[in-house]
Design a protein around this ligand. Sequence first.
Ligand code: GLN
Length: 489
Amino acid sequence: MINLTIIDALKKLKSREIGALELMQAHLDRIEKYNPELNAYITVTRERALNDATAAAERIANGTARPLDGIPIAMKDLFATRGIRTTAASRMLENFVPEYESTISQKFIDAGSVLLGKSNLDEFAMGTFSKTSYFGAPVNPWQREHKLTAGGSSGGSTSAVASGMAMGATGTDTGGSIRFPCSITGLVGVKPTYGLCSRWGCVAFASSLDTPGPIARTVDDAALLLSVMAGHDAKDSTSAPNAKFDIDGELQPILGDGKKLRIGVIKEFNSVQISEDMKKLFEQRVSDLKSMGAEIVEVSIPNVLDALAAYYIIAPAEASSNLARYDGMRYGLRVEGVDLEDTYKKTRAAGFGTEVQCRMLIGTAVLSSESYEVYFMQAARVRRMISDAFNNAFDKCDLIVCPSGANTALPLDSDLTPLEYYALDLFTVAMNLAGVPAVSVPCGLASNGLPLGMQVVGRRFDDMRVLQLAKHIETAANVDNRPTVIMGE
Ligand code: GLN
């Protein structure tokens, strides 16, 4: 049962071939068996799953089913869930139980899904391997002999979905945290247009970049989850008034039958070192698109390689401001000091891990009066140039494709320098700076048997066509990512 896609499970639930309780139990059994090894969940919500599945089963029985009735999902532990511990994988929030529900998790409740638990991530979503989690790193199920990263920061979500411990999950993507982990776990990850999915109730990292989105095993499943997540929210001041993503059934083809589509390939990315496997698979998929009738054009995003530097100034700057709220006074950890200032110091020193402290120091430094103009404002200018360049590129093409990363999953014990970790985001951060939609979709298996992903990028609010093209790539790549194939029964 754990191999089913969400779309197929919904059909089988409707035709009573399977039951919501049975489906939930199959996933809880899987969690019981594999979560100790994979560490995908920080909190498993067994009781809640039972209640959700019982309610879903009743609605299915009396013909009032909702769009995701009975579908077991994992919620990244960055989304506040009422009455359920929400940690952001930080010691600071280790025992934090919110009194309110984030807009995104509320939408999943309203859609009838079954919450299995809160998935692991990098502390406050800062990282690329989920190794900065206070609860230890989640593991990639594609290889069991030597532990590999499931990516970050949404690494618990990808570990859970790839291993059959959830049918779908939520993630957040500030600089690549949905797309990168999906690319190395053989999954589909959507970073929607900024403003399409509400950030309300999601623990803030860098507010002008944070983008909630879905993680699934197929493009159609991801599109269905996105339709549940999208929508205007008055509680989020950057939510787009026209936010909408409606889908009726499966995604329609945009290639074939003489349809015209211009697909751009970013010139500047040609000079970036990537693995032979990535290069080969990317070229194969591009040539597949060409043979389906797409016209391939070269486009230029002149500053795209500066996106990384701009991102690692803007994101820490916003983080240093957002994380100032954790002072031990209102909620979260409090370590008593001799006076107020000492309490602040002790609380923040004990509550935050090294990477988070490092980001806050960088952020505070680039916002200081001596550095503001030369660092922060300069990064903001680069951001504007990148955003304009995407607009110009979309005069020459309808959609853009590029790799999601350079390599397959690396071992969790890889010894990378901080700058080497940051460099892994090279292919993903520009889309966050520009606010454009981007999907990572599997483009094949590398010679070591591990999956690789490529991106489809579109104009703002062109999320539908981005997914439509991703579906063509998925079909061409034909990667078998069934959980039982990946890690056995
Ligand atoms: N790896 C990037 C970082 O560490 C992206 C994180 C994210 O998208 N949340 O900031």
